[in-house]
Ligand binder design. Structure first.
Ligand code: GUN
Ligand code: ZN
Length: 452
């Protein structure tokens, strides 16, 4: 990337989080500057705060100003499937039938590297168009599919985590690897791509049902050999799935224990769903420091159930949580639409989810779930300048809901932001920046550039 040698300023209303509003008073967690300025140098945030104060520290600063817009840290999607983007909205089935009938055939196409390359461009364009700047992504079983995604993410300088899926049973022959091949292919991908620029690797067994015990233990071996790669899989999503795992692993004390015995339950593990977890499993995840990707649009679409966020966020046994779109079982690429469904799931459980909590999950909470909070998740100086420019009036309904586009203070911005959580989608994304460089811009972006 060609960085300007000069620092660059971004002016607008700035909102971010510095701590977890599930555990601390919201006022201590949220930061809001109605007229703020963020200064970026070589892709890194150099300063951030009230406009007048920060501006006075620079004699000469090129500034992109976004009047009437809200700047937030880029959204973080902690669980999404690259090869499922073309099969969203597959009708009428719950998880296991949905996988067999729709998902497996869709993923077969990603053995073709040229096709995977074309789709990787569209996939990343779609993430950026929705304000998502980092994602933890399932590729397909074919190593080429992970390579295509890494190549496309590298070209865009994205911080992205992916991995080739490991699956050696209970799937069509055309989609199966073997325990030995999955080990050597994953290993080669790790050696090529992990920590190359901003890219990171996740060892990715699909779920316990599609891996033999031998494959799971080789996944554990990879984690031992490469202690800073991630583990990314599905866990306790659907009741029939949980019952099937019990049949497949009769000598294990539940679903999580299958992963645990293989050495997969650690600090860098991210488990998608967890809708059907037992209390003891929440305790174990908390002790292990593992994370859950809460995927409400998917859980509702597949009828999987209502994730008990309040259990994950308990005081006694806290579990890190991020939000996942889980496209293609998820029904939107938008983390805003995902927060909307997270709110509705909470309501159905007679719980509340504030805008502050929801947007924390979509930003700093996601960064913590992915153990990337040292480099991402808010506007702290020293962090990577991935951010999103939101239009609080981006749809007709939002324009009615938020008649004043810039909130005067923290209380008002919490209300405005709740409007975005419930009504927002891709139309509320004005622009997306990666390392301080424009990566997506809506047709009517409302940016004013000036140089002084
Ligand atoms: N469990 C195993 N594979 C999948 C998948 O592709 N999507 C979802 N939602 N759950 C899974
Ligand atoms: Zn999934």
């Amino acid at each position: 990337m060609v960085f300007s040698r000069q620092p660059h300023g971004f002016r607008g209303a700035l909102l971010d989080f510095v701590d977890d509003p599930f555990y601390r008073p919201e006022a201590d967690c949220i930061r809001y500057w109605p007229d703020g300025l963020m200064v970026v140098h070589n892709g890194i945030i150099q300063a951030c705060g009230p406009y007048e104060m920060i501006r006075s520290q620079y004699s000469d600063l090129e500034i992109a100003a976004y009047p009437d817009r809200l700047l937030m840290p880029g959204f973080i999607d902690t669980h999404i499937h690259f090869p499922q983007m073309g099969m969203m909205a597959a009708y009428g089935e719950q998880l296991l039938e949905w996988l067999n009938r729709y998902t497996f055939p869709a993923e077969k196409k990603y053995q073709d590297k040229a096709f995977a390359r074309r789709m990787a461009d569209r996939f990343l364009a779609e993430l950026l168009r929705h304000g998502t700047t980092t994602a933890l992504v399932f590729a397909a079983v074919f190593p080429e599919s992970a390579e295509a995604l890494f190549e496309a993410a590298e070209a865009r300088h994205l911080r992205l985590i992916t991995g080739k899926v490991m699956m050696d049973r209970n799937a069509p022959e055309y989609l199966r690897d073997t325990a030995a091949n999955s080990y050597t292919d994953s290993r080669r991908l790790i050696e090529t791509w992990h920590r190359r620029g901003r890219l990171l690797y996740a060892v990715t067994p699909r779920f316990a049902a599609t891996s033999t015990p031998e494959q799971l233990s080789l996944a554990g071996k990879l984690l031992e050999e490469f202690p800073d790669v991630y583990l990314h899989t599905h866990l306790s999503e659907n009741r029939d799935e949980v019952a099937w795992i019990r049949q497949l692993f009769p000598d294990h004390d539940g679903y999580l224990e299958v992963y645990d015995r293989a050495g997969l339950v650690g600090e860098r593990a991210v488990f998608a769903h967890g809708v059907q977890l037992t209390d003891a499993e929440f305790v174990r995840l908390s002790a292990a420091g593992s994370a859950i990707a809460f995927c409400p649009t998917s859980n509702l679409f597949l009828g999987s159930g209502l994730f008990p966020l309040e259990k994950a966020k308990s005081q006694e046994t806290p579990v890190k949580v991020g939000l996942g779109t889980d496209v293609g079982a998820g029904t939107s690429f938008s983390l805003l639409q995902t927060t909307q469904d997270a709110y509705k799931v909470a309501q159905l459980r007679h719980q509340k989810l504030s805008a502050c909590q929801a947007l924390f999950l979509a930003t700093l909470g996601g960064a913590r779930a992915l153990r990337l909070e040292a480099v991402l998740g808010n506007f702290e100086p020293g962090k990577e300048a991935d951010f999103v420019v939101l239009d609080p009036q981006g749809t007709p309904a939002l324009a009615l809901r938020n008649p004043v586009p810039v909130a005067a203070n923290v209380e008002e911005v919490a209300d405005l932001a709740f409007g975005l959580v419930i009504l927002g989608d891709d139309r509320a994304i004005t622009a997306t920046y990666i390392l301080g460089a424009l990566a997506y811009e809506a047709p009517e972006a409302g940016r004013i550039s000036s140089s002084r």
